[in-house]
Design a protein around this ligand. Structure first.
Ligand SMILES: [Zn+2]
Length: 646
């Protein structure tokens, strides 16, 4: 029995209860990817990324730590304090993946690992290999121990295995831990975890079970923040979002992943408690983050120090941190706000994050990953001794398994349902069906998105009553004409969507075309780090220039874009795969002699360098998410814009 009393089949990571204060619900009846780029990512995740993770959980010591806890050992623990969370994220990915397609290897890994976790779990429900093996007292350094963070990931994994794989065993382990947390923390001042996620996990566990103390504890952890209860982790109170009460906070500060997971939990709790003021605080922070603290790629985090947000409009492309986990957290938060409000702006940001700041995390082959996602890398770049290329795994390996659980559940974020209308939020080849108007509306979506803007929605099943079929109009596209069976469809524009309401019949087809012509994008003057530059975008994709694609002898650092000529060309690039390249008119300016300060009195740099500026070349841009799949030479998103010549 769930909080909403509905069937569990097809339920994704975040499903508000029937009584929640939301305007949209996810599709619980069915959404699946049937082809195209997102489907290819999901297949790659199953075939390449997850097998790598299973090996790495052995190699890096995560599973060995659990075995030590089972044996009662008091030494030999390996890795950071949060090693258990990597196991849980992989199990979550497996839960969703098994709901998508059966796989004997993944199923047996799930069964064996769950059995191991059952053995490691202590009689009162507590489970944490770091604490159990090192013998440090439980909850004695919550600012850094990540005990509730690991518990949160265990709960999310348990829910995924229940909803995806239909396997309740891990969820039972998670519930025993959650019951212990309720016993220890609810209505107490026992502390809060320095790294949020348990808030949204407990709220979802409430949705899954209907057991109200989980929701009350989630709410308590949110309300207790901002009162100095966490203590000092050495990074200051802003790093931990403990500098002021959540309700009073108007801008995101501190460690980005922590801030955005906290707000994901805020949105969940506000939805379930109907607390409009709490929701409003989250909406305010989101609007501020988008307006002043978000990169063109949808990434967040301007500072390596503390993996944190910077000041408003502090968005340097080369120093961008943009942790992959931050993109995932942003995606999760925006999904909750989309459900709460129905506003297409949240789905717009999800699309920007999905195809750029999130997608860039993973190499074409699916076995190398970025932790940090900058918008520029120079030829001589090093971060300590790291040249900043993708890697198989990390000592702090939070990102790769986080990517895997997201990839495995992508279909759950494609569409929503509200008031008798099915809303198509993301465009890709997929099958969608939603309960509306006393029946079920089912559609097949056909498109080559994001490579092309044409989308076709074919109705395959319809309810006996009239109902709505809506499509989001991305903010970057002019409003398209929608045709139904070749005639204009009479679509109504409503808050970022076009809605067609009618009596649908199987075989009805809606067609429209979003304008994916390449375009130049310029920064707000307050984003000082990229003044005088432009970026190339095409549909939902942000583009970048990589040195490897430029004409022989042309140094990326010497290029400036000329406004006007942009041409797109489908291509298959070795090492990258299928793509659409954009050729852009550019001028090449030889860099000035390297003598003296790199500053000059003339406003026109070409004049200052004595260059005529008319050395015309064609620059080639590739989607940002596909960068660093070849030789690792320089890349940049923001390109100097050549001043128009008089
Ligand atoms: Zn991470």
């Amino acid at each position: 029995m769930t909080a909403s009393g509905e069937s569990q089949a097809g339920r994704g990571p975040a499903v508000p209860s029937a009584s929640a204060a939301v305007t949209h619900q996810p599709l619980t009846g069915g959404a699946s990817l049937s082809g195209g780029l997102l489907h290819a990512w999901q297949q790659r995740n199953a075939e390449a990324s997850l097998p790598l993770a299973l090996r790495q959980l052995e190699t890096a010591g995560n599973l060995a730590n659990i075995r030590l806890a089972v044996s009662g050992a008091r030494e030999g623990y390996r890795g950071p304090v949060f090693m258990d969370s990597d196991i849980y994220k992989v199990l979550e990915a497996i839960g969703w993946e098994l709901g998508r397609s059966p796989d004997e290897g993944l199923a047996s890994f799930l069964a064996e690992t769950t059995a191991l976790l059952e053995k490691a779990q202590q009689p009162d429900g507590y489970l944490n290999s770091y604490i159990q093996v090192t013998g440090r007292p439980r909850y004695s350094f919550l600012s850094y121990s990540h005990e509730l963070y690991c518990a949160g990931h265990l709960i999310q994994a348990g829910i995924a295995c229940q909803r995806g794989a239909g396997d309740p065993v891990l969820l039972a382990v998670a519930r025993r831990f959650a019951d212990h947390l309720v016993e220890h923390f609810l209505d107490q001042q026992q502390g809060i975890d320095g790294h949020p996620i348990v808030e949204s996990a407990l709220a979802e566990l409430y949705r899954e079970t209907g057991h109200e103390p989980y929701l009350r504890l989630a709410s308590q952890f949110i309300e207790q923040r901002g009162h100095g209860l966490i203590g000092d982790s050495g990074f200051g109170s802003r790093y931990l979002q403990d500098h002021e009460p959540v309700r009073d906070t108007v801008t995101e500060v501190g460690h980005v992943v922590r801030a955005l997971y906290l707000d994901t939990g805020v949105a969940d709790v506000a939805a379930e408690t109907g607390d409009a003021a709490l929701l409003q605080s989250s909406l305010t922070r989101w609007a501020d983050m988008v307006a002043a603290k978000t990169y063109l790629t949808g990434g967040n985090g301007s500072r390596h120090e503390g993996e944190s947000f910077g000041d408003r409009f502090e968005l340097p492309p080369d120093r961008a941190y943009n942790e992959t986990c931050a993109a995932i957290a942003s995606f999760q938060w925006a999904w909750r706000l989309l459900l709460a409000t129905g506003d297409a702006a949240y789905a717009d940001l999800m699309e920007r994050v999905l195809y750029n700041g999130f997608a860039s995390s993973t190499a074409t082959g699916g076995t190398r990953f970025f932790y940090v996602n900058p918008l520029e890398r120079r030829a001589d770049h090093f971060e300590k001794d790291d040249p900043g290329r993708r890697r198989e795994w990390f000592n702090c390996a939070c990102c790769p398994p986080n990517i895997m659980r997201t990839m495995a559940s992508l279909q759950h974020y494609l569409a929503t349902v509200s008031g008798g209308t099915l809303y198509v939020q993301q465009f890709t080849r997929a099958t969608l069906s939603a309960p509306v108007a006393g029946g079920v509306l089912s559609v097949e979506m056909a498109t080559d998105y994001p490579w092309a803007g044409a989308v076709e929605l074919r109705v395959t099943g319809a309810p006996p009553q009239p109902c709505g079929l809506a499509v989001r109009v991305p903010a970057w596209s002019p409003v398209p004409e929608i045709r139904r069976n070749e005639n204009l469809a009479g679509a109504e524009a409503e808050g970022g969507y076009l809605v067609v309401r009618r009596q649908w019949r199987p075989g009805d087809v809606l067609r429209f075309e979003l304008d994916t012509s390449p375009r130049l994008t310029y920064p707000d003057r307050r984003v000082e780090a990229v003044q005088g530059t432009a970026a190339i975008e095409r549909g939902p994709l942000v583009y970048c220039l990589e040195q490897v694609d430029q004409p022989a002898g042309v140094d990326l650092a010497d290029l400036a874009l000329v406004e006007g000529r942009l041409e797109d060309t489908p291509a298959t690039v070795p090492g990258v795969g299928d793509t659409v390249l954009v050729r852009a008119g550019a001028v090449r300016r030889a860099a000035p002699q390297e003598a003296g300060l790199p500053y000059h009195a003339a406003a026109d740099e070409a004049q200052a360098s004595g260059d005529s500026g008319d050395d015309q070349v064609t620059a080639t841009a590739i989607p940002y998410f596909q960068w660093d799949n070849r030789d690792g030479r320089p890349m940049k998103v923001w390109i100097p814009a050549a001043a128009p010549r008089a």
